[in-house]
Design a protein around this ligand. Structure first.
Ligand SMILES: N[C@@H](CCC(=O)N[C@@H](CS)C(=O)NCC(=O)O)C(=O)O
Length: 269
């Protein structure tokens, strides 16, 4: 039996969920509301000591780290493979997933908290609950400095030290995607694969926050890829439908209000 611990707006969980659906796997889901602090439940920490989603449990065996989970799924269920077999395409895919784990993902946490999540937790939690929520993040979470950084972002927003650099880094990766997509239909060659599944939630995050202007009239190859991605039949059910309506609306409302700041930071009009 496969069990996925996940959350509706988690980019890491979304890519694993989409991979599982594309691979036609049956799985049970456990919803961990990371904006309410479910990830800090001692029972969940036994499964995921970093207090993050996603976690996969396969016949009682725990597999953590979203990129590793996707690699595991291709090994354990090879009938539908997302990882390219061609060695050079495999390497290109690994460059993407490595960059995502090391740099793009931490930048995404920063972008999302600065633009939307800091307002959402303030809106939904009492002052004491917010204090407890922020105090509960362990030393090694999304990153090794996430506990302190998250507190700073919730307090100072775009003014928190390091936020602008992370948003500029996000832009660098969207530009890099655009450059690669100038050469091929999908991120690695002419076949849709693991790199596309992995990067999709990061582009979707920007779109869900009402910031498609980030690529419109600016990154044309990324814009075309994004249109193709949204036409993949399982995109809607795997990525969008799992985000509760209230959270979808909050991401759009707070994200749109933050767009002028993001535009200033990445230097577009
Ligand atoms: N390296 C981990 C990172 C997972 C991660 O950062 N998950 C985020 C959601 S995308 C999370 O659970 N955050 C909880 C928090 O901020 O407390 C992975 O790839 O699985």
């Amino acid at each position: 039996m496969l069990e996925l611990y996940h959350h509706g707006s988690s980019v890491c969980a979304a890519k694993v969920r989409w991979a599982m659906i594309i691979k036609n796997l049956d799985f049970e889901t456990h919803y961990i509301d990371i904006l309410k602090g479910d990830q800090f439940d001692p029972e969940y920490i036994k499964i995921n000591p970093k207090s993050v989603v996603p976690s996969l449990v396969h016949d009682g065996n725990i597999v953590n780290e979203s990129t590793v989970i996707m690699e595991y799924l291709d090994l354990a269920f090879p009938e539908i493979q997302l990882t390219p077999k061609n060695p050079l395409e495999y390497v290109k895919t690994r460059y993407w997933t490595k960059a995502l784990d090391e740099l793009l993902h931490p930048a995404c946490g920063t972008l999302t908290f600065a633009c939307a999540h800091r307002h959402i937790v303030r809106k939904n939690l009492s002052e004491q609950e917010l204090e407890d929520f922020l105090a509960s993040t362990p030393g090694h979470s999304v990153t090794t400095d996430w506990a302190g950084f998250k507190k700073q972002i919730v307090k100072y927003g775009f003014e928190a030290p390091g936020v602008e650099e992370k948003i500029q880094l996000y832009d660098k990766y969207l530009q890099q995607m655009d450059q690669e997509l100038q050469k091929s239909k999908w991120l690695v060659g002419d076949e849709f694969g693991l790199a596309d599944v992995s990067l999709t939630p990061y582009v979707n995050r920007v779109a869900m926050m009402g910031m498609s202007g980030w690529w419109e009239d600016r990154l044309p190859y990324l814009a075309e890829w994004w249109a193709r991605i949204q036409e993949v039949p399982t995109f809607q059910s795997a990525i969008l439908d799992w985000c509760p309506e209230g959270l979808t609306n909050d991401l759009m409302t707070f994200g749109s209000k933050s767009w002028p700041d993001v535009k200033r930071i990445i230097g577009i009009n």
